[in-house]
Design a protein around this ligand. Structure first.
Ligand code: 13P
Length: 140
């Protein structure tokens, strides 16, 4: 079971909901996390259970970043709005930076998100089970 974070800026939330509906069967077996509003929207529109953190502008990106820093996230789908300034831009950059620090796959648009989820379905992330095994804090 992988630990997956789903995050979308406001003008990308419909796209995230459609993505979650389309790949519900692939995402279902995994432990899902999201920033506050994104998580609510996904749960309203699918049968997926999502652990919700704070809303992004209130620190949700940083909460997810903390798990990335501890190497406890396996995959991040972060549908960013490239055309609208965000008040918490530093938090967004920090999260993406931590993904690069740990080498965690992160999709920032839905085209890449689809490729990653297809990889997930195919079992390409199975090696991450080894990381989990040696990190007892992570749920199996
Ligand atoms: O702002 C966000 C990510 O940077 C997303 O936060 P919400 O899911 O709470 O809207």
């Amino acid at each position: 079971m992988m630990q997956i974070a789903l995050i979308a800026h406001d003008r990308k939330k419909d796209e995230m909901v459609n993505f979650a509906i389309a790949y519900e069967h692939v995402l279902k077996p995994h432990k899902l996390y999201a920033t506050g509003t994104t998580g609510t929207r996904i749960m309203e529109n699918t049968s997926l259970q999502v652990h919700r953190f704070m809303s992004g502008p209130l620190g949700g990106d940083q909460q997810i970043g903390a798990l990335v820093a501890q190497n406890e996230m396996d995959l991040i789908i972060f549908l960013r709005d490239p055309l609208m300034a965000q008040p918490h831009e530093p938090d967004i950059i920090a999260l993406l930076r931590l993904c690069d620090v740990q080498g965690i796959p992160v999709a920032t648009n839905v085209a890449t998100a689809e490729l990653l989820v297809k990889s997930l379905e195919r079992g390409d992330f199975a090696w991450r089970e080894l990381v989990h095994k040696y990190k007892p804090g992570i749920e199996e």
